[in-house]
Design a protein around this ligand. Sequence first.
Ligand SMILES: *Cc1c(COP(=O)(O)O)cnc(C)c1O
Length: 490
Amino acid sequence: MKFIETRGNDGIHPSEVTFSEAILSPIASHGGLYVPKELPNLGEAFLVKHLSSSYKTLAKDLLTTLAIDIDSSVIDEALSLYDGFDDPSNPVPVVKVRDDLYVSELYHGPTRAFKDMALQPFGVVLSSIAQKRNEEYLILAATSGDTGPAALETFKNRPNVRVVCLYPDGGTSDVQRLQMVTEDAPNLKVIGIKGDFDDAQSALKKLLGSASFKSALKEKQISLSAANSVNFGRIIFQIIYHIHSYLELVRQNVIVMGEKVYLDVPSGNFGNALGGYYAMKMGLPVEKIIIASNENNVLTRLINTGRYDLRGEKVIPTTSPAMDILISSNVERILFDLFGSVRTKELMQGLESERFYPLNDDETMKLQSFFAADYCNGEEGKGYIREAFDHGYLMDPHTATCFKAYDCCATKKLKTIVYSTAEWTKFSPTIANALSGEVDAKDIDALQSISNRASLPIPAMIKGLFTKPITQDSVIEKENIEREILKFLS
Ligand SMILES: *Cc1c(COP(=O)(O)O)cnc(C)c1O
């Protein structure tokens, strides 16, 4: 499979690249992204063939069909990381919660959020490409809480890759911070920034533009890469679980092969939803993809009105922080697929210069033939958490947004797959508040109170964080980031 560019080619970048090239430098001409040149139609035969396959067998066949330039043995090693999930024979359980609603649990990996689904195998793939080319890579990540722990976990002790992770000191949950500051490997550096997530992110952007930083890296023969969710190396692993979840429903005799379903996705940067869209394009029987948002509802407005409008908008902090986003990067890949590169470039440049683009009526209808959307505020979300708990299911605030979207958007009587993106342990104060009204509980107290109420143990890897030694204790002013990183690299 070859990759082309969402905003067309500038005559400087190569006109098409391989999968490994798209992974190593994910940004294409005119600031665009790489997308598959074409996707195969898998047909029902592929689904039937994998009705009794394990997750890894399905994944291997899909990646082989997509013909990426990664050695078969490396793919096997990458997929073997799913053996570290709670149930190696089924890393992604799908459970019935109510009526026609089934939850696909994407959080059974080491850091208890769905970022592991893609980042776990991605770490092996990126490190192996770097080794093969005999090159050293530095991955810089700014995190608001879930990407950081998952990136550190996947790259720890992997050859030819170093990771520096910036987080806002005081801006993450205790669990998320401890997951980062207790990581102990010579190729990892975690830095707390005095400021909020935007400060961390803008500091990182500034660094990427700094001439002295670039020349220092060049001298050390280190190249920069990225592990954020625009990297197609992550997207590719997010197609698999949509197909798996559908097959699970067939296996559980909930649907018959070929029956259409809704996919209901809690969305931020749109990587998860994009994986579902590609699965649908390749022939998965999907009626529509329902996009769930929180109070930062740009995606809901885009899909319902055809207007991407950020004028006068600011990020609103919510109880589902992994979805607190205004610029949802992977939407660009949908624009390309539906409207082509010339139009995508025009729209994206509009967004960058005017903070706004309008789709025309035909385009809006086309978008709506694939997607429906709604958003859920924090109070509504807590209501859904309480209601699900009363029926025996414990879920996190991101997953809860999908229940509102289901009530609003699943208009046909079809089965719906809701994607659960985090375990209750990662957002326990909000859940404890929803269940018993307690406010401002510390994570450790909220975990204990939910555990008692639900008669569920706190998972060992979460409980252990509170007694693990802190090995990454840098908390610095953002002006000192460059110096701190260069110190780590020398
Ligand atoms: C990252 C994340 C999301 C958003 O996923 P996207 O692929 O960026 O749309 C939702 N929920 C949780 C818990 C996350 O960590």
